[in-house]
Design a protein. Structure first.
Lengths: 170, 106
């Protein structure tokens, strides 16, 4: 299998997993499909020479986010059998259009050729590795990340705070 | 641009909008709040892939990886907080239907 064939296979797998996530009736299976999308994305990122981001994607997106989604689903009430049947009927009415749109868009993108005669920027950072970029050039991003994480922790604490009995309900 | 790079770019030009459309369609069509978050995740994956591709094509993979890691951190925090909001909505309404929260007050 040459490189381009492998790229086609991985991207097709990622797209199929994304469509499966959207179309799947069961939320739990949709979350598993989302994890598969993340795994395919990880493989694509390895092919695009981004191994550190790929590992991060695999551990955080395919692992942590899947767990968060599964916990959320577990903490909500499942539908009854009748509700599930009604829901499936109305869902299919709303979602049947997606494969049609995707097939049309895919055909259009394959048919129309986009001029590829532009120049890409020359590699500027051949001497710099990931560590230099992250800790020296993008320090401000790290501060932003820390602030976002703290804001997230604060948000989750506020959302799940136990209310005292005297406190009025919203 | 070499022949190989042009082929690769063409391949991504076909697949990237498809993934983006799948996520966008999910967000605008679904009424289930958890599924809306799933759509948001798919959109984020398309953006992540775009960043990785941009880094690869311009030869600036280290910079693109730094940006991807920032994006993933933001994505996780957004999903964690949004999942908490969804759970609170479920506790109040006993439903995950987005139509039930249209008449919020205050």
């Amino acid at each position: 299998m040459n490189g381009l064939t492998l790229d086609i296979f991985l991207l097709a797998m990622m797209t199929a997993a994304a469509v499966w996530t959207v179309m799947r009736g069961s939320l739990l299976r949709a979350v598993i499909a989302l994890a598969l999308t993340s795994i395919a994305l990880t493989a694509v990122m390895f092919r695009l020479k981004a191994p550190i981001a790929a590992v991060f994607e695999l551990s955080v997106c395919a692992g942590l986010i899947t767990v968060v989604f599964m916990s959320t689903i577990a903490l909500t009430k499942p539908l009854t059998h009748k509700e599930t049947l009604d829901y499936t009927k109305t869902r299919m009415k709303r979602f049947w259009l997606l494969p049609v749109i995707m097939a049309l868009l895919g055909s259009a993108l394959l048919y129309f050729t986009i001029p590829m005669d532009f120049n890409l920027a020359a590699p500027l950072e051949t001497a710099k590795n990931f560590r230099n970029i992250l800790w020296e050039e993008r320090q401000f991003d790290l501060i932003g990340q820390i602030l976002v994480i703290l804001a997230g922790i604060f948000g989750v604490v506020v959302l799940f705070k136990e209310r005292s009995k005297d406190e009025p309900q919203d | 641009m070499t022949q190989e790079t042009a082929q690769l770019l063409r391949l991504y030009i076909v697949f990237l909008p498809l993934i983006f459309v799948a996520g966008f369609y999910c967000v605008i069509t679904t009424r289930n709040l958890i599924r809306t978050l799933l759509g948001l995740e798919i959109l984020t994956k398309a953006v992540t892939l775009m960043l990785a591709l941009a880094g690869y094509l311009t030869g600036r993979t280290a910079m693109s990886q730094a940006l991807i890691i920032t994006l993933i951190v933001i994505e996780v925090v957004v999903i964690a907080v949004a999942a908490g909001v969804v759970l609170n909505i479920f506790r109040h309404n006993n439903s995950l239907d987005a139509r039930n929260i249209r008449s919020l007050k205050g």
